[in-house]
Design a protein around this ligand. Sequence first.
Ligand SMILES: *Cc1c(COP(=O)(O)O)cnc(C)c1O
Length: 400
Amino acid sequence: MTDTSHLIQLAERYSARNYHPLPVVISEAEGVWVWDVEGKKYMDMLSSYSALNQGHGHPRIVGALVEQAKKLTLTSRAFHNDVFGPFCELLCKTSGQEQALLMNTGAEAVETAVKACRKWGHKRKGIPDGKAEIIVCENNFHGRTTTVISFSSEAQYRDGFGPLSPGFKIIPYDDLDALRGAITPNTAGFLVEPIQGEAGIIVPSEGYLTGAREICRENRVLLMLDEIQTGLGRTGRLYCYQYEKAEPDILIVGKALGGGCYPVSAILSSEEIMSVFTPGDHGSTFGGNPLACAVGIASLNVILEERLADKAAEHGTYFRERLLASKSRHVKEVRGRGLLLGVYVHESSGTARPFCEALMKEGILAKETHGQVIRFAPPLTIERKELDWALEKIEKVLAS
Ligand SMILES: *Cc1c(COP(=O)(O)O)cnc(C)c1O
């Protein structure tokens, strides 16, 4: 029995089957490359759903993790630690927001935004207690906790997990009239992704976010942008909303904030909104711990100093042009922004999964999303010659 089949059998025997991974067992990685237990090399074109924008094992981020691990790992928020303030300051100064609230996973940050928004609605906007409504979009993805799945429109994410939390209204994505029509005096917030990643890389019409910003302002509704996947350079800007005039009231970040090393998430907002939280209202034992802060500072600095957003824009344009030029009969559409690209496979060509399996044989790890879409989201540190290597393989698979 090879290591690979043995290790896959162990995982299948001893782990809940809540994922359907491609049959590759990875044991090492560097930059855009990963190696499996048999020594075969692959390019990582998923980047752990954009948590690895800085690439695998970035020396500055790993260095920060290791150095901090030797000094101080956890204090809990019962005491201050010496990296917490500097990290919050960096997050605020680079996003134009005033205050941060640090958590660990993306779903926890979304939960935190929901709590901030509801409490703001009840205590500041004057919505009767327990009546605050939050508007979300069809085909959203905001995580897997019980409250967050309560407002998913994906039946599988909810099925059997009820009773679900009330207080959410689902409207179509990219539809400003629907947003206008859904707002009531009890609406506290609108939660939306600047590009819907998990839904199949859906880019809204130009002006959608700007329009949503205006509608929210006119109605005193908080605009909450989930940039967990689109943020930190992925789409060609530090934050995807910067393509428009759509500064959010609450900005939600995660994934690449931990540089692929450590879970780090946050919500960023104004002092006025954050002031709804008083000591004891909300918390997390590990949120804002010294390791997370040291990793977060390094992760953010790598994105800024290596100009990874600009690189994503440049490489993304080239990648898209080459994909379109391939004129494959399987490709219905290429969509996305920067290095968050989706290739929509014609229904007549089957689903995206066999294409991902063929890519794996060629040494490229990509993952289908929503049946028909192959997602290409390499680390933003990818070099042109690496991209050319990948495109040759992708063109071969799409030409088959
Ligand atoms: C991944 C993701 C989340 C959830 O983050 P976790 O760290 O997996 O909890 C939330 N929103 C978006 C847009 C995401 O892509």
